[in-house]
Design a binder for this molecule. Structure first.
Ligand SMILES: Cc1cc2nc3c(=O)[nH]c(=O)nc-3n(C[C@H](O)[C@H](O)[C@H](O)COP(=O)(O)OP(=O)(O)OC[C@H]3O[C@@H](n4cnc5c(N)ncnc54)[C@H](O)[C@@H]3O)c2cc1C
Length: 507
């Protein structure tokens, strides 16, 4: 008689769920994924409107170059080397007089550019670029792949981590003598309202660029997710779409199965939730397996989040020759959600991205969004719809100044809010995981809720399990869980590299 593999049920086919499924199959577990949507990816998604592919997620993906993290994408069959787009400029900040700060991804070019803008800031510029360079050797982006001992390689960098975590982009910018750099520098990290984010994550990005490791996969987020979905299926995994899990079945404090929306029950040896943390803990499990730390975490979140609001426009115009990302400092502030905004973050996708045909392009504008604001409006569908239209018109008016004639070229537009994200992914209040107000170090080591107190044979993976955003973190999370299960079952963990070529997706 053949060996019977252990069965694992996975809730959700986002990157974490798909990754868990792939590594489960590589290690002789039988994985079954139930996904509520009709496609893979979760947040890592795109959609089509009149021939334009609006890409919701990936700005930059760690692991596209030569650093260690690349291995996970090779194992998951997620990337095709020839299709990685590496931008020459990470972001261009433009002021009202069209003065430019270009954050070149090549450190030599960036140094030259910054020194040309302000020779009197040479020492500060050196400090900035040397800090980014010094983080390169620690290869921070692959930390999640390593065991505790290997993680200790960050120790020589502790001084830098503390130093640069305690200073925000805005505070650092104030050290420039040059007036334009003082004004422009706070916008360099996705223009995240400029002020409060620390220098450390920005420096990590710059070190990633230096390693050629923060590219963008051609065809965008959904195609990236679909490749991992395909890998899962080729490994023999079972995936069911339109299958919302409503409850986790518990017997003697042990997870034994799930109940779907249609009432069907499915049983397995291990149950993994790769879906939203709040819904898993307080609805699927009725809040029976939690603790003070987890409860405090979910009670302490901020209703506003970066990337919460996105405005997409499909343009009958080729915007070739522009940098991919722009932060436009505005001469007149823009009021959205009752808040004034003094800049606009814009991304441009031309036909080289594979998201639009030749001669067309897409503009995506990304800003902070507030769940409560949209949730209140959503009680009256027409007001909600109208407010999205108003925002689109406000934004296109501003863009008209930078790209004259653009209003006429918009063939299709779309606006996403936290309500959109809540509807399609069930993520708590349409937001991503956020850093806990207390206990960040603990979360970095142990995650937020990889297991739940008192519940056996149940695991969580993905952003809510780890307390960490990022596509690589979601993928590691699944890989690390399967490693752990292999250890529990006395098996040697195996991972298999799968080289994909450009014909892979269409097969
Ligand atoms: C706008 C935006 C831009 C981003 N840009 C980047 C970037 O440039 N680079 C980067 O590395 N990261 C980026 N991120 C972060 C990254 O996308 C996420 O951290 C990551 O995709 C989370 O993956 P996940 O699998 O943990 O969760 P999710 O993507 O939320 O997946 C969860 C899945 O579970 C399903 N599900 C939930 N509940 C149920 C249920 N009850 N039954 C069945 N299915 C269920 C959902 O439908 C979903 O498919 C971005 C995020 C956002 C929102």
């Amino acid at each position: 008689m053949g060996k019977i593999n252990k069965k694992i049920i996975i809730i959700g086919a986002g990157i974490a769920g798909l990754s868990t499924g792939c590594y489960a199959q590589m290690n002789d577990y039988d994985a079954v994924i139930f996904e509520m949507h009709n496609k893979p990816g979760g947040l890592c998604t795109s959609w089509n409107r009149k021939g334009y592919t609006f890409d919701y997620c990936i700005h930059n993906l760690a692991g596209t170059g030569k650093l260690k993290l690349r291995k996970i994408w090779q194992e998951l069959g997620a990337l095709i080397d020839e299709e990685i787009i590496n931008h020459e400029v990470f972001i261009r900040v433009e002021d009202e007089q069209k003065k430019e700060l270009n954050i070149y991804t090549h450190p030599g070019k960036l140094r030259k550019h910054l020194n040309t803008i302000s020779s009197e800031d040479k020492d500060l510029i050196d400090d900035y670029l040397n800090a980014a360079h010094s983080l390169l050797s620690a290869d921070f982006f692959s930390l999640g792949m390593d065991g505790l001992i290997t993680k200790l390689r960050i120790i020589p960098n502790l001084f830098y981590i503390i130093k640069w975590s305690n200073i925000t982009l805005k505070q650092f910018a104030q050290r420039f003598k040059n007036v334009f750099l003082k004004k422009a520098f706070p916008h360099v990290q996705y223009d995240m309202e400029g002020s409060d984010i620390p220098m450390f994550p920005h420096l990590l990005f710059m070190s990633g660029f230096e390693a050629g490791d923060m590219g963008w996969p051609k065809y965008g987020s959904l195609e990236f997710s679909r490749r991992i979905e395909k890998r899962f299926k080729k490994l023999g995994g079972e995936l069911h779409y339109n299958s919302l899990v409503k409850k986790i079945i518990i017997e003697d404090n042990k997870a034994v199965g799930v109940i779907l929306e249609d009432g069907r029950e499915h049983y397995a040896d291990e149950i993994v939730s790769a879906g939203d943390g709040h819904n898993t803990i307080y609805n699927l499990l009725d809040g029976k397996f939690t603790n003070e730390f987890i409860d405090n975490y979910y009670q302490s979140y901020d209703y506003s989040q970066e990337f919460g609001l996105q405005i997409f426009m499909g343009l009958n115009r080729d915007i070739k020759g522009e940098t991919h990302a722009l932060a436009l400092i505005l001469d007149e502030s823009l009021e959205i959600e009752g808040r004034k905004r003094n800049s606009l973050y814009v991304e441009i996708f031309d036909s080289a991205t594979g998201l639009v045909p030749e001669g067309k392009s897409i503009i995506k504008v990304v800003m902070k969004g507030n769940y409560n604001y949209w949730n209140n409006l959503n009680s009256d569908k027409e007001s909600y719809r109208q407010e999205k239209e108003t925002i689109f018109h406000k934004v296109v008016e501003i863009l008209e100044k930078r790209f004259p004639g653009i209003k006429e070229d918009v063939e299709v537009h779309d606006v996403t809010t936290p309500i959109t994200v809540e509807r399609y992914t069930h993520n708590f209040h349409g937001l991503q995981v956020w850093s806990p107000p207390k206990g960040m170090f603990k979360v970095m080591i142990k995650g937020l809720s990889r297991t739940l107190p008192g519940l056996k044979n149940f695991y969580m993976v993905g952003q809510w399990a780890e307390g960490m955003i990022g596509i690589p973190n979601a993928a590691f999370s699944g890989r690390n869980l399967i490693k752990k299960l292999c250890k529990k079952d006395g098996k040697k963990f195996q991972s298999i590299i799968h080289k994909v070529n450009k014909y892979y997706s269409s097969q």
